[in-house]
Write a new protein. Structure first.
Length: 127
């Protein structure tokens, strides 16, 4: 039973760490929404085969087409007055941030419940 409790703590902690990394990349995307030529970063999750822990896969760039913005006065504008914008969609980023936050909170609740069960087990063993 002790190993199961420790495993539960490890699973929860790995989930919280993965969501924190995801939220960091979402924040970077939001911060760079107006950066010309910026490609949105996308994080993927994997499950380690040997331990079952959540692992963050490689960070990929969203290679969807960048919008062409017409602004002849912009320093990056070409001869036609266009430059490449960013492919960050703030609605998607906010939705991703909320999902990451909820997943983080769910893992935190699981971590806290496991910690309380462990504490109760120790209290029983001390009697």
């Amino acid at each position: 039973m002790g190993n199961d409790l420790i495993s539960s703590l490890s699973y929860s902690a790995s989930g919280m760490e993965a969501q924190a990394i995801r939220l960091r990349h979402v924040s970077e995307n939001i911060a760079n929404a107006d950066t010309p030529g910026y490609h949105r970063k996308v994080v993927s999750f994997d499950q380690a085969m040997d331990s079952g822990l959540v692992e963050v896969g490689p960070v990929r760039l969203d290679l969807s087409e960048l919008p062409s913005i017409y602004d002849p006065g912009h320093p990056l504008a070409d001869d036609t007055g266009h430059y490449d914008g960013s492919n960050v969609d703030l609605v998607i980023e906010i939705a991703d941030a909320r999902e990451a936050q909820r997943s983080y909170e769910a893992n935190l609740r699981m971590f806290d419940q496991t910690r309380q069960m462990t504490q109760s087990l120790f209290d029983l063993l001390r009697r």
